[in-house]
Design a protein around this ligand. Structure first.
Ligand code: COA
Length: 279
């Protein structure tokens, strides 16, 4: 499973798309490996938060693999899109927070992967875009649906119809990312380190440490309550307000069947720290 790496640091799982020589472009094999890794982290209750990133210092994921799109027939293309959508839906509905740690280009399928995550933390060098129309295609891994839901229809159409890229600070301003990390490499004197072309070097360790800090805020609350809250947000957004409210009430009932609900509320009343079991 060399195209997708899985590492664990306690309750936090780090999933790395690992094709750096192709800027982590998602070929069919990689999408399929990602699906298997996601199933592994989903079924592991000791894993509480998932971080997804790209190998190397240039790209999160530079898109679906264009060499595999070119020969597709229309029927094959539909299946190709459905397979990617299925794996990205799996990511969205993992039942635990998923954070896209966007290091560099997040284009096409890479942007769509980030959009399927629960949240996005971008490095200073992140570039987001759905440049499919510039290749004569359209986004097929959920981009036309998730981007307008996240940033609104007008801005989404501007990005989708132009194919233009937006940098980390613009992405923050439009609500596309939750946080931006300045991960430029500095030496011990605090001086910026650059490559031969004068471009700042990327401090991967610093970036992942900051994303890890962001991830750890989701470890303290009840994992069961978080899972149910994610369900309410994900499924409630896909319906009208009245149905969404009913879903919320139903899930409020469900969460009150958990041991964590009894423990969390009792701990408050007894003025002590709750001991959640995630069930
Ligand atoms: N699919 C397949 N291969 C890709 C790829 C993709 N989406 N994105 C990058 N690569 C490959 C390049 O073909 C190149 O491979 P090679 O060294 O074997 O020729 C390698 O990754 C490095 O990319 P390169 O284009 O040389 O880097 P760059 O710094 O000049 O440009 C990008 C970086 C991201 C601007 C450019 O790679 C690009 O535009 N990629 C496609 C983005 C895209 O349209 N994605 C949506 C796909 S639907």
């Amino acid at each position: 499973m060399s195209n997708v790496l899985l590492e664990r640091a306690g309750a936090v799982a780090l999933v790395t798309i690992n094709r750096p020589d192709k800027l982590n472009a998602l070929n069919v094999e990689t999408v399929s490996e990602l699906g298997k890794v996601l199933e592994e982290v989903r079924s592991d209750n000791s894993c509480r938060v998932v971080i997804v990133t790209g190998a190397g210092d240039r790209a999160f994921v530079a898109g679906a693999d264009i060499s595999e799109i070119n020969p597709l027939s229309p029927a094959e293309a539909e299946q190709f899109a459905q397979r990617g959508q299925q794996v990205f839906n799996q990511l969205e509905n993992l039942g635990k927070p998923v954070i896209a740690a966007v290091n560099g280009f997040a284009l096409g399928g890479g942007c769509e992967l980030a959009l399927a995550a629960s949240m996005r933390v971008a490095a200073h060098n992140a570039m987001f875009g759905l440049p499919e129309v510039t290749l004569g295609v359209i986004p097929g891994y959920g981009g036309t649906q998730r981007l307008p839901r996240l940033i609104g229809k007008g801005r989404a159409i501007e990005m989708i119809a132009s194919g233009k890229l937006v940098n980390a600070s613009a992405a923050l301003e439009m609500g596309l990312v939750n946080q931006v990390v300045d991960a430029r490499l500095v030496d011990e004197k605090g001086e910026l380190q650059t490559d031969a072309k004068g471009r700042p070097l990327f401090d991967r360790d610093l970036f992942l440490q900051e994303v890890d800090k962001f991830a750890r805020q989701f470890l303290k609350p009840s994992a069961a309550a978080i899972r149910i809250a994610l369900n309410a947000v994900n499924n409630g957004l896909e319906t009208d307000l009245v149905s969404g409210m009913q879903l919320e009430a139903t899930l409020f009932g469900e969460v009150c069947a958990t041991a964590d609900m009894k423990e969390g509320t009792l701990a408050f009343l007894e003025k002590r720290t709750p001991q959640f079991k995630g069930e």
